[in-house]
Design a protein around this ligand. Sequence first.
Ligand code: NAP
Length: 284
Amino acid sequence: MSATIIKGKEVAAEMRAALKEEVAALKEKGIAPGLSVILVGDNPASQSYVKSKAKACEEIGIVSEVIRRDADITEEELLREIDGLNENPNVHGILVQLPLPKHINEKSVLNRISLAKDVDGFHPMSVGNLVIGDECFLPCTPYGIIELIKRSGEEIAGKHAVVVGRSNIVGKPVALLLLQENATVSIAHSRTQDLPGLTRQADILVSAVGNPRFIKAEDIKPGAIVIDVGNGVDENGKLVGDVDFDAAKEVASYITPVPGGVGPMTITMLLNNTVEAAKRMNRL
Ligand code: NAP
């Protein structure tokens, strides 16, 4: 039997509708959730991401501001910019669009963002809190993945989850979140031996590599939940995931498509974190 397709686009739309209502209710109490995004330089991909984030904020009523700075800004100037946002009570979330120009130390910049406003969840202290299971803003893509699995109605606890990829923005944090949900977690990467042997044991398979269709149907355990984070382009220029979707959906029980799976959840969780930050700052 064919797998149930986890439609991230629909889940994201539902969540955004609920957030829109929450923002309206907060505004009635005199609280207008605000997100400030700093964009340094003119990287086209970064510009496009920032534009999508601003549009999404506008759609649900979050006050968003994009602070554009030239690529030759000094690290000191950028840090001062962040200090100003940290002190501004109308700003609840701060996001610095990465990558930054080479002369700026990304770690120093992320470190400067107030923990209470770290809606991207990339501050080293937020990462540490995630590791020890303390309250923190969860990084948006991993958070969106957990939300998709939970909303499928399937249990995570006790399952063997295999995460392929160990980046700081997806692989590692999603593995930690699955562990927090009481899955037994394996993390695979480019040096893993016999990857298919491992993925075939996965009740939950999360792939975050960026290699078009490299996970084949025969590498998937029958009935597995398959979450495809990869964004790749195939030989015909089509956007595809890490998983060979058409064949895999005949083996899996649940599967996310690319596009329309994990992707739409990322910005949604950023909106969610910004609303949460506004609530926490106002002790709600
Ligand atoms: P990344 O930093 O490039 O990490 C890729 C990971 O894949 C690395 O850990 C790497 O292992 C591993 N890897 C590479 N080749 C492998 C192989 N043959 N077998 C097993 N593991 C292999 O990428 P990322 O930032 O995590 O992103 C991963 C993918 O997700 C990309 O396609 C990206 O565009 C997409 N993405 C999507 C969203 C979204 O919102 N949908 C968000 C973020 C990322 P090593 O560590 O050993 O090098």
